[in-house]
Design a binder for this molecule. Structure first.
Ligand code: GLC
Length: 452
């Protein structure tokens, strides 16, 4: 979170405070669905496919001409997200290819002009809201389709022989105006929006610190401060991610580690900040037919436990198909996660990193509900019979397995009577939980510990 501010505040700083005050739901809910859906679902080989293959506009156009998601059922998507225990959704209004899912007044490059023939975003927003999920937009700062977006090193035409000539005819300012105009539409026409996930900045500056927009782009090119201010004016409670190139300026509400697990909770200047890790089921965000590196359901549940144990949120991505369905591999995994969440959400919602006085037993993660004063031990590798909680003797009222509410017996000190002097010393303050021999039939078993 932006550093503490004293004295007079700039409008940007003032609005940051307001947003931070409305972050309670975000910290409570912990688990959201990311959706990457657009024309790249047709080639089905990564949402950056146009970049990798350096595809010219006229060739990429074939996907625009064939985008016909006849099986699209946003109510069903929302049901799958809710059943998985997800509490919010962040959907790509536009990705880097520039294609818009909604009926933007500022472009023809939108779903209404494809065989889909309709606004695909509005019904999604309505369906998820009807299920009680909060709604956020992922909006790409890059745009590979817009005629005034200066071709840079992240552009499909970066190696085009006439690149410099093409760039001469481009006026980045006009693109920036379009970007702001579209953000205004998204933040005006869809009711309450809780998250804006702008993506992304890659500033390049010369030795004098001057921006080099034909190489990279950042806060100067996007006019990020202005964009952020407008975002907050239109939706004062909104949370904005950290990719506008305004990190040092404090123009962000939460950090977004992508496709990796931070070792500890995320901090800035030594203080914990809001953060949300985003992950794919496999490597690509858009639907990728032939990708095989899918995480197992066990890994995904562990990812959620691990993230919350470090005080973060998990935004887990689905890349729906060109017909408008969730990939069966995603459906299977969401079901396992939902099954787990149906009995373990208490160890996720309202939970965070446990205070330092509690040390996690080996192969476990701790989450903590400070309001209910409960500690949750997520057991990643089932031990033989005993789980040792150091320094916890005398601090616990009761313990149970969370999935079935069955008592877990507690022994003060360690089990057995064969102990040397070292072990005896270590037993001071030790609380040992007595587990069943067999691991329960649960993806990640959790022991619920009621603190005194
Ligand atoms: C990256 C990628 C993008 C993906 C996003 C998700 O910035 O460019 O394809 O949408 O991360 O966080």
């Amino acid at each position: 979170m932006p550093s503490e501010v004293t004295g007079s505040l700039s409008p940007l700083e003032e609005s940051m405070g307001r947003a931070a005050a409305s972050a309670d739901w975000f910290v409570h809910d912990r688990f959201g669905m990311f959706i990457h859906w657009g024309l790249y679902a047709l080639p089905a080989r990564h949402e950056w496919m146009r970049y990798f293959e350096e595809t010219p506009d006229d060739v990429y156009h074939r996907y625009f001409q064939h985008f016909d998601p006849d099986l699209y059922d946003p109510e069903h998507w929302a049901a799958m997200a809710a059943d998985a225990g997800m509490k919010y959704v962040v959907i790509t209004s536009k990705h880097h290819d520039g294609f818009c899912l909604w009926d933007s007044k500022l472009t023809d490059y939108k779903a209404t002009n494809t065989p889909a023939g309709r606004d695909l975003l509005k019904p999604l927003v309505e369906a998820f809201r009807a299920r009680g999920l909060r709604v956020g937009f992922y909006h790409s700062l890059l745009d590979w389709h817009h005629p005034h977006f200066l071709i840079d090193e992240n552009h499909p035409l970066r190696n085009h022989p006439d690149r410099d000539k093409l760039n001469k005819a481009r006026d980045q300012k006009q693109y920036t105006e379009y970007l702001h105009g579209q953000a205004r539409e998204l933040l005006t026409d869809f009711g309450r929006i809780d998250i804006m996930f702008y993506d992304f900045s890659y500033p390049r500056r010369d030795e004098q610190g001057r921006p080099q927009p034909w190489l990279g782009k950042g806060r100067e090119e996007w006019e990020s401060e202005k964009l952020l201010q407008m975002t907050r004016e239109l939706q004062p409670h909104i949370l904005v991610n950290d990719r506008l190139d305004l990190i040092e300026q404090g123009g962000w509400d939460y950090r977004t580690p992508e496709q990796y697990v931070p070792r500890e909770g995320v901090t800035m200047d030594g203080k914990p900040v809001l953060w949300e890790a985003c992950h794919t089921f496999s490597g690509s965000w858009g639907y990728h037919r032939d990708e095989t590196t899918w995480k197992s359901a066990d890994q995904l549940v562990q990812l959620l436990s691990d993230t919350v144990s470090k005080g973060g949120n998990l935004l887990l991505n689905v890349g729906p198909t060109a017909r408008g369905e969730f990939d069966h591999r995603a459906v299977e995994r969401l079901q396992v996660m939902g099954e787990w969440m149906s009995r373990h959400s208490r160890a996720v919602y309202g939970c965070t990193r446990a205070p330092d006085e509690f040390t996690s037993p080996r192969d476990c993660r701790l989450t903590h509900d400070p309001e209910k004063r409960r500690l949750y031990v997520h057991v990643f590798a089932w031990p033989f019979k005993h789980l040792h909680l150091d320094g916890m003797a005398g601090k616990v009222k009761y313990a149970q397995l969370l999935h079935d509410g069955s008592e877990v017996k507690m022994i003060e000190g360690g089990p057995g009577d064969v102990a040397g002097p070292v072990e005896q010393q270590e037993r001071a303050g030790l609380l040992t939980l007595e587990l069943p021999i067999r691991k329960p039939e649960v993806t990640v078993p959790v022991v619920e510990v009621f603190l005194k």
